[in-house]
Design a protein around this ligand. Structure first.
Ligand SMILES: Cc1cc2nc3c(=O)[nH]c(=O)nc-3n(C[C@H](O)[C@H](O)[C@H](O)COP(=O)(O)OP(=O)(O)OC[C@H]3O[C@@H](n4cnc5c(N)ncnc54)[C@H](O)[C@@H]3O)c2cc1C
Length: 398
């Protein structure tokens, strides 16, 4: 079942989705399932080539709140039955249940993990394990002897973000997609949204969903709407060939620093969510900084991945080649997404996944469509835009 592309957008559409990343594709999929005929406008020449393409491809139910657990749990059900759920066979979710392993070397970390696992179990996540000392190193022999404890859930793991986005787009049988089509204006009248202006002509519509990832704030501003989001650069180091990386290894996170790695290709992806990174404006080509790679790879660095997985010392020692990628996290104050109507009638928002849009976006988009069609009352949506946005303490470093 191929994705249905149009070279020019039509003059009118019932529903227009701005942005063709995973969130736009998922919105189109659920809208299509609800009997709507969405038009997706993507300004780049191909779908899912901005943030979605930079993602690490991790999914996990080991999260920080009950709301996130329910949201991501629904996405994971879709990933597990991806071909049947989307009705297409061309694109695979690439799901591999390698597990997520959060490792600590400190007393404080041991206690912090116990508290978080207790909370997660109280939310119904009963299959998270706490593994300590010799048992830990027996189960994961690549860990340093100084590691004390880990929280681990085997059913968490890895997915292919782009495969999921394209599979959802292909499964959106009522949707059409226009690429190379930049939304540059939103026209309003007394009833709210009236039309979208694009680089390929004007589309009359009364219903628009902003799913423009880090650019969502700029698109909303075209209609005079302010979104409470900040965009923060996140980088990824790609080492395509590292024989030391165990092929079946979990996403392995240093729970004391936030540095993490996962197997990818014949090597690994290395990432680190530095909490001191200041916000920066969204751009189409997100710059990378070699200092970031040194921070993770140089064993002298406090954030070195070698701190808990010593084989990385040898990788550094022989100068294995790497390359880098970057994207922006679209952050909200409470690190929960913004899903639902804005203050302008007909203008809805689906963004702010705060670094979790691959695993959260598919289910969040179902909520958006349920609100749009009236199936879900606005007040029953925990991610509505007019909720009280309170800063939450970080319980995990990602
Ligand atoms: C390094 C890194 C690692 C990550 N790892 C993970 C992970 O392991 N798991 C996870 O769940 N999440 C992860 N994330 C977060 C995840 O990638 C994002 O939350 C998700 O991709 C957001 O999807 P999106 O569709 O909202 O945005 P995008 O993929 O950015 O798509 C938005 C689209 O809108 C288009 N657009 C913008 N403005 C306009 C306009 N005016 N007109 C038309 N089109 C427009 C853009 O061109 C773009 O294609 C990671 C992010 C980064 C940066």
């Amino acid at each position: 079942m191929p994705i249905v592309y149009v070279s020019e957008p039509p003059a009118a559409a019932d529903l227009v989705i701005v942005g063709g990343g995973i969130v736009g594709a998922a919105t189109a999929f659920h809208a299509s399932r609800a009997g709507l005929r969405p038009l997706v406008l993507e300004r780049r020449p191909a779908l899912s080539t901005l943030t979605t393409a930079a993602a690490a491809g991790g999914y996990r139910l080991q999260v920080e709140s009950r709301e996130e657990l329910e949201l991501i749990g629904e996405s994971v059900e879709l990933f597990l039955h991806f071909e049947d759920a989307t009705g297409q066979r061309e694109h695979d979710a690439g799901l591999r249940q390698h597990g997520y392993l959060w490792v600590t070397t400190s007393d404080e970390g041991v206690e912090r993990q116990r508290r978080l696992v207790e909370a997660q179990r109280s939310w119904g996540l009963t299959d998270v394990q706490l593994i300590a000392d010799a048992d830990l190193r027996k189960a994961f022999p690549f860990l340093d002897p100084g590691t004390r404890q880990a929280r681990f859930r085997q059913a968490d793991g890895l997915i292919d973000p782009k495969g999921i986005a394209l599979g959802l787009a292909a499964g959106a049988t009522m949707a059409t997609f226009a690429v190379g089509c930049d939304v540059v204006g939103i026209d309003l009248d007394g009833d709210g949204v009236r039309a979208l202006r694009t680089t390929k002509g004007t589309v009359a519509t009364r219903s628009v969903v902003i799913a423009a990832g880090p650019f969502s704030g700029l698109v909303a501003r075209l209609a005079g709407v302010h979104l409470p989001i900040e965009t923060v650069r996140r980088q990824k180091v790609v080492l395509p060939e590292v024989p030391e990386v165990p092929r079946g290894a979990p996403m392995t996170i240093d729970d004391d620093t936030g540095a993490h790695w996962r197997p990818a290709f014949g090597g690994a992806f290395l990432l680190f969510t530095d909490p001191s990174t200041p916000p920066s404006p969204p751009v189409d080509s997100v710059p990378t900084d070699p200092a970031f790679a040194f921070q993770l790879l140089d064993p002298q660095s406090p954030q070195a991945v070698a701190r808990i997985s010593p084989f990385w010392r040898a990788v550094w020692g022989r100068g294995a080649p790497w390359l880098m990628q970057a994207g922006h996290y679209t952050m909200t104050p409470d690190r929960q997404p913004l899903i639902g109507p804005s203050s302008v009638p007909g203008l809805l928002v689906n963004t702010g996944y705060s670094g979790r849009g691959v695993m959260g976006g598919p289910a969040g988009s179902r909520i958006l469509v349920d609100v749009l069609t009236g199936k879900l009352e606005a007040g029953a949506n925990p991610f509505r835009l007019d909720r009280e946005l309170v800063e939450r303490p970080h319980l995990d470093p990602l």
